[in-house]
Design a binder for this molecule. Structure first.
Ligand code: NAP
Length: 252
């Protein structure tokens, strides 16, 4: 089923990021992959790497998920070059550890723009075609911060934005279920990537690992395996769910 479809993964250019690992996992399952990223060279590099490794058709395209025009162009490129779109993984995200009293409106808006508005724009751009086809898989990357109120790296705006992603996921699951489209969220805990830009102090990281039942940070591949599972044909009865993937650091 999935082999005849394309999966769109946003923010998948980052070399050590979760999105690129998701692209690999989906390609290994037979999906064609459209890598969308604000860094065009990185998107093309990831698409090339994924295509070569798994022998599937891929495309890497420039996409700023906060811009309606950019999203329309990038999705248009994917639709032209690859098989019909069957899945979207809204992975592009930014974070900030700023204390609440120091957060400017511009920073708050930027965090919402990428994490929330980006998820809205990309999903809305592909949804009519998914509805027409009667099949779709949408996976939104939230965060444990949404559930526990920060405490990993991101501050209040990031927690609020990732919580908004959960609300969007649940409402869309309800609305799109009758059209054969599932919508789920994944909430990772500490995953080793470059999103913290080296700003997570080593002592804090060691403390977090010591408090994590499995005693290690997660890898992008841990998250990718879960996302690929949620995109499979046989997981069509899972929708509106939030999957924790945090080594047990937050159990609720
Ligand atoms: P990452 O390596 O920084 O990847 C994020 C990607 O999104 C980067 O390639 C980034 O490009 C891209 N991006 C940023 N703004 C964009 C925009 N406007 N349009 C398109 N792409 C944009 O971080 P990651 O850790 O893999 O994060 C992936 C997702 O997981 C994010 O949603 C993040 O919030 C979430 N998450 C991560 C963790 C963790 O511990 N790592 C935990 C929970 C949730 P540039 O690098 O060029 O800015």
């Amino acid at each position: 089923m999935t082999a005849q479809y394309t999966a769109v993964v946003t923010g998948a250019g980052s070399r050590r990021g979760i999105g690129r690992a998701i692209g690999h996992a989906l390609a290994a399952d037979g999906w064609q992959v459209a890598v969308l990223d604000i860094d065009e060279a990185a998107a093309k590099d990831a698409a090339h790497e994924i295509g070569n490794e798994h022998n599937v058709a891929t495309i890497g395209a420039l996409c700023d998920v906060t811009s309606e025009a950019s999203v329309r162009t990038a999705i248009g490129e994917a639709e032209k070059a690859l098989a019909p779109i069957g899945a979207v993984v809204n992975n592009a995200g930014i974070t900030s550890p700023a204390r609440f009293v120091d957060v400017s409106k511009a920073e708050f808006d930027r965090i919402f723009a990428v994490n929330v508005t980006g998820t809205f724009l990309v999903t809305q751009q592909v949804t009519p075609a998914l509805i027409e086809r009667g099949f779709g898989r949408i996976v939104n990357i939230s965060s444990v911060s949404a559930e526990r109120g920060g405490g990993v790296f991101g501050g209040a705006p990031y927690s609020a934005a990732k919580a908004a992603v959960l609300g969007l996921t649940r409402a869309l699951a309800r609305e799109l279920g009758p059209d054969g489209i599932t919508v789920n969220a994944v909430a990772p805990g500490l995953i080793e990537t470059d999103i913290t830009a080296g700003k997570l102090p080593p002592e804090r990281k060691s403390q977090m690992i010591a408090e994590t039942p499995v005693r290690r940070p997660g890898t992008p591949q841990d998250v990718a395996a879960l996302v690929a599972f949620l995109c499979r044909n046989e997981t069509g009865y899972i929708t509106g769910a939030t999957y924790d993937i945090n080594g047990g650091s937050h159990i609720h």
